[in-house]
Design a protein around this ligand. Structure first.
Ligand code: SF4
Length: 312
């Protein structure tokens, strides 16, 4: 057996299951201890350092940390849903929202990295102002790089702003957390779509980061698809149209095909736009659906049935 090398951070990450399960390896026990001590701003800054958008993630993260929580292994039922025999994990994700909602904004601003005295002369271009580019900017500006972020829309935030419905993620939370990053000294160019990489390459940047976004939604070429095109929408595009207010209403009877979190956002948005009889139809079984259990729960709580094992 090899000796433990405690210089490798993975050693500590693996010891704490939830921290290891989190893609950002957020030090979960550390920030929960700070919350317990009433130190919300410190808890927020611990999160900010590792996952960049604590207020946004506290509302939207898919929480891979929670199934890894040891709490589920030490107690039969620890006071969660009494109908479930399995113990509930610690509410790691929602606790992130707790520190984001209760922090002191002045303390957060004081805890942000200071501007560097001397720039290093390197110029970086980021294409798109979604979470990937903003994270690159956040990490490089304090090291002395000049970072320019080009964004086709007026404001930064990418899919977080345009595809996550407002009832799940208020716009002011996005403005605040995008703002913390831009205020570090990022050269932000809104309404600046990059149409030619070739042209950008001639502008003398030392490096270009393309953070142009998550994949698009998938179409389904079913019989009748084209004839009924006016009434059929692709989930992610439709959510963006709702955000930009191109779509303000929907018919009374709505069918959402698919069982991922986008489908849950679509059915719940449909409800709010006038859909009275909204149904989700999935090919898989209910348990096998891609959507997170809490997203399914919220949809059903709003009176939206999920019909499983139905192939469109
Ligand atoms: S809620 Fe998300 S970001 Fe936070 S610890 Fe869990 S996986 Fe990581």
């Amino acid at each position: 057996m090899k000796p433990t090398d405690i210089r490798v951070p993975d050693y500590f990450h693996k010891v704490v299951d939830c921290q290891w399960a989190c893609p950002a390896h957020t030090p979960v026990p550390e920030y929960i201890r700070l919350i317990a001590a009433g130190r919300y701003s410190d808890a927020y800054l611990v999160n900010w350092k590792s996952n960049v958008f604590p207020g946004i993630l506290g509302r939207t993260c898919d929480r891979p940390c929670e199934p890894a929580c040891r709490r589920g292994r030490v107690e039969e039922n620890n006071g969660g849903d009494a109908t479930k025999s399995k113990a509930e994990p610690v509410a790691i994700c929602r606790l992130k929202r707790v520190c984001a909602d209760h922090k002191d904004v002045d303390e957060i601003k004081a805890g942000m990295p200071r501007p560097v005295a001397k720039k290093n002369g390197k110029r970086i271009a980021c294409v798109g102002a979604g979470p990937a580019s903003l994270t690159v900017a956040r990490d490089l500006v304090p090291l002395g790089y000049h970072v320019t972020v080009f964004e086709a829309e007026k404001k930064g935030g990418g899919f977080m702003r345009t595809q996550v419905p407002r009832f799940r993620l208020p716009e002011e939370v996005i403005d605040e957390e995008v703002g913390y990053i831009l205020d570090l000294g990022v050269d932000f160019r809104g309404n600046s779509r990059i149409d030619s990489m070739q042209k950008l390459l001639t502008e003398g940047y030392d490096a270009i980061f393309v953070g142009s976004g998550a994949p698009r939604g998938r179409d389904l070429d079913l019989p009748g698809r084209r004839e009924a095109a006016k009434h059929i929408h692709i989930g992610l595009d439709w959510l963006a149209s709702v955000y930009f207010e191109h779509i303000k209403a929907i018919g009374k009877r709505v069918i959402v095909l698919g069982g991922g979190n986008t489908a849950m956002d679509c059915c719940r948005s449909s409800r709010r736009l006038g859909g009275e009889d909204v149904k989700v139809i999935v090919r898989s079984g209910f348990e096998e659906m891609k959507a997170s259990p809490w997203e399914k729960e919220d949809a059903m709580h709003e009176g939206i049935p999920i019909l499983n094992y139905l192939v469109p």
